[in-house]
Structures are given as structure tokens and as C-alpha cells.
Write a protein that binds this ligand. Structure first.
Ligand code: HEC
Length: 194
């Protein structure tokens, strides 16, 4: 009888001890997802808003010039605004800027997985989360060619000789053309340190 009670209380204690880390893990994941969502939306809004503004003011060349000179700086700035524990970037399997190639095997795996899902008509998840190590997570958001305007510079760019020449000159190894509406273009990666 005594042994049973002991065992029982032992079990109870260990359940309680286990319950806490589990809960805090869930909480940590929830906060990672929230930061990922907020950060990727901020980047999209910043880049999208500026693209629209420059397209309207100066057409695709002005907009491409903006993308070329500012996409990186702006991405960095968004990262800075988010605090030193958060960084954002864009990656693609068919990149225009070589700096936007996936940097790790895991980043490639995520892009290949998104592409495989899309190729099989399976709706993409809103995000995926990678646990890099005990304190670091990566939040991935798929990016699609979701507006007609993207095709100006990522579709059949031979339709506009000026755009074609500009891209050819500035990105001699460009792979980011030939897309159609709704194609997967890449992903936003938000790296979050806890
Ligand atoms: C006016 C031309 C132009 C338009 C319109 C445009 N882009 Fe781009 N895009 C570029 C340029 C130039 C780069 C390379 C930027 C750099 O050097 O970082 C780029 C880079 C990217 C990248 C980073 C990966 C890579 O290939 O280097 C993504 C993702 C992307 N564009 C998605 C989009 C989407 C989605 C749209 C529509 C909402 C869009 N772009 C509209 C010119 C354009």
C-alpha cells in the first residue's frame, strides 16, 4: 500500500514537472510565429509600397532601379527596426540576386518542399518553422507571383526591351524570369533568436 502511494505521488510529481517545460515550449513557439508573421508582413508592406510608388512615378526601370539599389538596404532596415534578435531576408531557387540563394540545406529543403506541394496542386501552408538550435528559429513564408505587376520584371521580360536590357546588364546571371501568375517565387525567411 505504501509503495503504491509513493509511486503514485512520484508519477504525479513528474507529470507536473514535465508539464511546465512543455507549456513554455508551446508559448515560445507561439511567440516565434507571432514575430515571424509581423516581420514578414512589415517587409512585404515596405517593399511592396515602395515598388508601387516607383512604378507609378517612373515606370518599370525606375522601379527596378529601386529594387536593385534598395531591396537589400530596406530589408536590412526592416531587420533593424525589428530589433537585434530578428533578421529578415528573401530566398529563391531561381534567384535574380545571387545573395538571395538559399544559404543552408534546410533553406533549400523548405523551398523544394514548397515547390513540390505547389506542383502537386496542394495548397501551401502559410508558414513553416525550423528550430535551428536551442535558441534560434527560422520562420518561412512562401512568396508567390501574386500580382500582374510582378510579371513586368519576372515574366517574359523580352516583351519590354528596356527592362530586358536593364536586367541583363545588372544581373548577368539572372534566373528570375519566365514566371506566370500564382507561381511560387521563393520565401521570406525571418530568423528569430530567443
Ligand atoms: C520593376 C521590376 C520588378 C518588379 C515589378 C518586381 N520585381 Fe522582384 N526583383 C526585381 C529586382 C531588380 C530584384 C533583385 C533585387 C536585389 O538585387 O536584391 C528582385 C528580387 C526579387 C526577389 C528576391 C529573390 C531574388 O530573385 O533575388 C523576390 C522574392 C521578388 N523579387 C519577388 C517579386 C514579386 C512577388 C513581385 C510582385 C509583387 C516582384 N518581385 C516585382 C525587380 C522587380
Amino acid at each position: 500500500m505504501k509503495v503504491t502511494t509513493l509511486l503514485l505521488s512520484g508519477l504525479l510529481t513528474s507529470t507536473i514537472v514535465l508539464a511546465n517545460p512543455y507549456e513554455s515550449e508551446q508559448e515560445e513557439l507561439a511567440s516565434v510565429i507571432e514575430t515571424g508573421q509581423k516581420s514578414s508582413m512589415l517587409l512585404l508592406k515596405t517593399l511592396g509600397g515602395n515598388l508601387k510608388k516607383h512604378m507609378k512615378a517612373g515606370g518599370p526601370i525606375a522601379a527596378a532601379e529601386f529594387c536593385m539599389t534598395n531591396a537589400f538596404t530596406l530589408t536590412d532596415k526592416v531587420g533593424n527596426d525589428l530589433g537585434e534578435d530578428v533578421t529578415v531576408k528573401r530566398i529563391s531557387l531561381k534567384e535574380r540576386n545571387p545573395a538571395n540563394r538559399p544559404a543552408t540545406d534546410e533553406e533549400s529543403t523548405v523551398l523544394n518542399t514548397f515547390q513540390a506541394l505547389q506542383d502537386n496542386n496542394i495548397l501551401l501552408p502559410k508558414y513553416l518553422v525550423e528550430q535551428v538550435n536551442k535558441d534560434t528559429y527560422k520562420y518561412y513564408k512562401p512568396l508567390s507571383i501574386n500580382k500582374g505587376v510582378c510579371l513586368k520584371c519576372h515574366g517574359d521580360i523580352s516583351k519590354d526591351k528596356e527592362v530586358e536590357a536593364y536586367i541583363g546588364e545588372n544581373y548577368p546571371a539572372d534566373k528570375a524570369t519566365g514566371y506566370k501568375l500564382n507561381d511560387l517565387r521563393g520565401a521570406i525567411v525571418v530568423t528569430i533568436k530567443k
